[in-house]
Write a new protein. Structure first.
Length: 202
């Protein structure tokens, strides 16, 4: 059985996390005759990417059942942001080879991202962090948090060609991680998942 955690978040939202240990052959029987999902999965060639895709969609369907919404399909706007067909709230999805995460909220626009803590972040940190941020985010875990936080913000803001380095600034204030974009301020929520970090923003 999948290893799932479902969290209640602010004002009726749900956050789901799936620790992905299953392969495609183990996941396909869970689709329960969802021919559209099976067909979409068949278009993906890499086995691990297939598993990530399947698990994220199955997790989203699970969250829909939790809120008594009948899942129909995922569609995307012209900026590739996903949304649920016939649902007037908001969703965001992230997946790696180890974890899938989905957030759903009836009113608030949302963003979520899962990032592995890995050395390559040290090599590219100057591409997504400003000078002040480079002084504050110094360890690999902190770099993973910074990247994950900015990716979650990017998904929430839903804007084309947004510069992580120049248009999203991160600061710690009163033990909270805050993201600044233009005149907006958003709190970033962070969860540690073994060798990964998850960030979400409402």
């Amino acid at each position: 059985m999948p290893v799932l955690n479902i969290y209640n978040i602010h004002s009726g939202g749900l956050l789901g996390v799936w620790k992905l240990t299953e392969n495609v052959e183990e996941l396909l029987p869970l689709c329960k005759n969802d021919e559209k999902l099976i067909q979409d999965t068949a278009l993906i060639h890499h086995p691990k990417k297939k598993a990530e895709f399947l698990a994220s969609r199955l997790l989203l369907k699970k969250l829909c059942r939790e809120i008594d919404f009948e899942y129909q399909d995922i569609e995307k706007n012209d900026r590739k942001k996903p949304y649920l067909k016939e649902y007037h709230g908001h969703i965001s999805i992230s997946h790696t080879e180890a974890y899938c995460a989905v957030i759903i909220h009836p009113q608030l626009n949302v963003g979520i991202d899962v990032e592995k803590i890995q050395p390559k972040l040290e090599l590219v940190k100057h591409k997504f962090l400003g000078n002040q941020e480079l002084q504050n985010f110094t360890t690999l875990e902190m770099l993973a948090i910074a990247w994950s936080a900015k990716e979650a913000m990017y998904k929430k803001l839903d804007k084309i060609a947004l510069s992580f380095k120049n248009e999203i600034q991160l600061r710690f204030e009163c033990d909270q991680l805050l993201a600044y974009h233009q005149k907006e301020v958003h709190q970033i929520h962070v969860i540690r998942l073994e060798e990964h970090v998850l960030s979400y923003v409402l």
